[in-house]
Design a binder for this molecule. Structure first.
Ligand code: P1T
Length: 385
């Protein structure tokens, strides 16, 4: 039966434990499984390759993204690394120029050493994407909304563009979560998540995920997943499965608080620019409205007339927002992309995409919005308090 999102978030991939009736999927804390004879077993052999708690999570994630197959990884980076293993020396990847600094680092500092070429383009400009495609292009790497400048790429238009070229279209859906956006339905081949963020939602797990529909691609990715072995343990899988049960409620609250915070900041005299796709004048607003069901809780700001010292001073004055890496948890976080999430990019590379030293990225949590606005007001006030 095709259940609605909230029902899938709570039930997909899970049934009461057949041996006890336990409602919650048990944490199958086991590395291996008894076989009645070599090769004769109940579907599980060794936990690197599969584990029942992880399987429940993978099935739930697949259901939420509208995909057939889900794979969980020990981190978002492990999930990206596994996707890149599909490539061979000489292959090329066209990637958005504005993306998580860790993804950029993996592409340029690891995979370029193996003879894979990455061409970074502005994904909002379809002509640039088309021009970058050569007969060697095997993959299109899309992040939308982007980290941290919240640019929007048109997933359906990009799918149509790469379809005729036999290119694997991957979308990092971390910022939107499946509650707001389902790239597979828009023609993408693989959806990638840092499950550390909204999917888990409670800042207590580092995990990644891939979701897809194609049996052949799944077979290949599952081979690397088991062979290379960056799979998560059952405790983390359990926590993520539990976090998913409130994804719809949390995302609704993140979107509401994000709207209030973005609008408050837009007219603040200390703010030069606010990046948030919900604004009518955001260049990707119409596409966001078409492909997303809300604008999310990520808001980036550029401070007016602030140097690095002033930017750090403001960041350190928050009391509810915590200065920290990561995003997507119930608690509000503030990040300085230039030195934190995007610290591995050179100044020229990050400034090209607008990651300036006076930029702060807010992961708006689900605390009372009045407290969040007060916190922003205090931190941005002229005099120290
Ligand atoms: O941290 P990890 O679970 O390995 O996920 C990596 C990752 C991939 N894609 C996006 C869009 C991300 O934002 C991240 C992780 N980002 C942060 C830790 C950060 O502070 O931006």
């Amino acid at each position: 039966m095709d259940y609605k999102f909230a029902t899938k978030a709570i039930h997909a991939g899970q049934q009461p434990d057949p041996s006890t009736g336990a409602i919650m999927t048990p944490i199958y804390q086991t590395s291996t499984y008894k076989q009645s004879a070599p090769g004769v077993h109940l579907g599980y052999e060794y936990s690197r390759g599969s584990n029942p708690t992880r399987r429940a999570l993978e099935d739930c994630l697949a259901a939420l993204e509208g995909g057939k197959y889900g794979l969980a990884f020990a981190s978002g980076m492990a999930a990206i690394d596994t996707v890149l293993r599909l490539l061979k020396p000489g292959d090329e990847v066209v990637a958005g120029e504005d993306l998580y600094g860790g993804s950029y680092r993996l592409f340029t500092k690891v995979y370029e050493n193996y003879g894979i070429r990455f061409v970074f383009v502005n994904l909002a400009d379809l002509t640039q994407v088309e021009t970058a495609i050569t007969e060697k292009t095997r993959m299109l790497w899309v992040e939308t909304p982007t980290n941290p400048t919240l640019k929007i790429a048109d997933i359906a238009a990009l799918s149509a563009l790469v379809e005729e070229h036999n290119i694997i279209h991957v979308v990092d859906n971390t910022f939107a979560s499946p509650y707001l956006q389902n790239p597979l339905e828009l023609g993408a081949d693989i959806v990638m998540h840092s499950a550390t963020k909204y999917l888990n939602g409670h800042s207590d797990v580092v995990m990644g995920a891939l979701i897809l529909n194609t049996p052949e691609l799944y077979k290949q990715l599952r081979f690397y997943y088991n062979t290379c072995g960056a799979t998560p343990g059952p405790q983390d899988a359990f926590l993520c499965l539990r976090g998913l049960k409130t994804l719809h409620l949390r995302m609704k609250a993140h979107c509401e608080n994000g709207t209030l915070v973005a609008n408050y900041l837009k007219t603040h005299p200390k703010i030069e620019k606010v990046y948030w796709p919900g604004f009518l004048d955001h260049p990707g607003h119409e596409i966001a409205k078409k492909q997303m069901r809300g604008f999310g809780g990520m808001v980036s700001i550029v401070l007016k007339n602030a140097d690095l010292k002033e930017t750090f001073r403001i960041a350190s004055r928050f009391k509810v927002f915590a200065v920290a890496d990561s995003l997507g948890g119930v608690e509000s976080l503030v990040n300085h992309p230039a030195t934190m999430s995007h610290g591995s990019m050179s100044i020229a590379e990050r400034e090209k995409v607008g990651v300036l030293e006076n930029m702060l990225r807010l992961s708006v949590g689900i605390e009372d919005p009045a407290d969040l606005i007060n916190d922003l007001e205090t931190a941005l006030a002229e005099s120290a308090v």
